[in-house]
Design a protein around this ligand. Structure first.
Ligand code: UDP
Length: 324
């Protein structure tokens, strides 16, 4: 029987480095750990992260931030000693893949390398935020962690898929070669407040189109599936993995699976929108289905997603409204 996770009641006295802190998932994790009493040091180059997410965190006296490109070098941390290093700095929207592919490859290779070296030198626990994209266009469904994937190494998504696969390989190599205390998570589709309204991913697109009464742009025939996790549920999953004792990857997400057409219909209904669905070309290599098998995480923890799709969509729409 695997050992059950014991979650800490407080993280007072602990220091956490969060690379990519201006992103919507990392900034939500940062706030969660600040509320548990940790000191949090954030890094970001704002290539896709938002200054407003850092302003939000800056109201906590235990938060520090340095603007930097981690793949060009980490700041001089002087006397700071990190207990946990979270590697969460990567653009993750398919629209980023065509615009900034080399930045994505560099942060997941050179950037992750620098964070792993720091974890080794400081004897910190290290967590790599990988992705369901390592499974590519999966041939088995739902996806289990043992599945090694079906990835096109030269396709338009390869800058992300392959660099995250590399980041996982490097994380395991640092664990095997230097005994670094590593964790790997594979994040499935996640949404929620603090996303960029123009993020390009399906949920922000559909919510903003629905709120404006514009056409909802379904790519392909909308039969492809995704399983959507609300951001606070993802934070809960990550927290459980960080405090587990297992070095191999964990799927993190919500197994509720929707076709993209159904997702559009639900968002129209929940937001009471008059928008109509239109169909546009399917991007190359768009995965046909995606759903996490969560047995591994649930065998060691009480993890269970709590926020329904309807509630999550309402909360995310409220956030986008508040920006206007
Ligand atoms: N998608 C869509 N309309 C949009 C944006 C995305 O139909 O305006 C589809 C996209 O083709 C994919 C799914 O929604 O099948 C999820 O896309 P997203 O960009 O959110 O992330 P992915 O899971 O593909 O990385």
């Amino acid at each position: 029987m695997p050992q059950r996770v014991v979650l800490p009641q407080t993280l007072e006295g602990k220091t956490i480095l969060i690379a990519g802190a201006a992103g919507f998932v990392p900034s939500t994790i940062a706030e969660f750990y600040l509320n548990l009493g940790a000191k949090v040091v954030g890094l970001d180059n704002f290539i896709t992260g938002s200054k407003s997410n850092i302003e939000l965190l800056s109201k906590y006296k235990n938060f520090e931030f340095t603007e930097c490109n981690i793949y060009e070098g980490l700041p001089n941390f002087k006397d700071l000693k990190f207990d946990y290093i979270l590697s969460l700095a990567s653009p993750a929207s398919p629209i980023d893949f065509s615009e900034i592919p080399l930045e994505i490859m560099r942060v997941n290779s050179e950037g992750t390398l620098k964070l792993l070296e720091l974890a080794r030198d400081q004897k910190a626990r290290f967590l790599e935020a990988s992705t369901s994209e390592v499974y590519g266009d999966p041939e088995i469904h739902p996806q289990v962690e043992e599945y090694v994937g079906c990835v096109n190494p030269i396709g338009p998504r390869s800058c992300y898929d392959e660099s995250k696969r590399f980041a996982e390989a490097m994380t395991m190599s640092f664990h095997r070669r230097y005994n670094v205390d590593t964790r790997i998570i594979r994040i499935f589709n996640t949404y929620g407040p603090r996303m960029r309204p123009n993020d390009g991913r399906v949920i922000p697109n559909f919510i903003n189109q629905a709120m404006a009464g514009e056409d909802i742009t379904v790519y392909g025939d909308g039969s492809q599936t995704r399983s959507f996790c609300y951001v606070t549920d993802l934070v809960d999953a990550i927290h459980n993995v960080l405090f587990s004792e297992i070095h191999t990857p964990f799927n993190c997400g919500n197994p509720d699976e929707y076709t993209i057409k159904k997702c559009a219909e639900e968002i129209i209904k929940v937001l009471g929108s008059s928008s109509k669905i239109i169909y546009m070309p399917l991007p190359e290599d768009d995965p046909k289905k995606r759903r996490p098998n969560l047995n591994k995480l649930q065998s060691i923890s009480d993890y269970k997603p709590k926020v329904s799709f309807e509630e999550g969509i309402k909360r995310t729409a409220e956030y986008f409204k508040s920006l206007k």
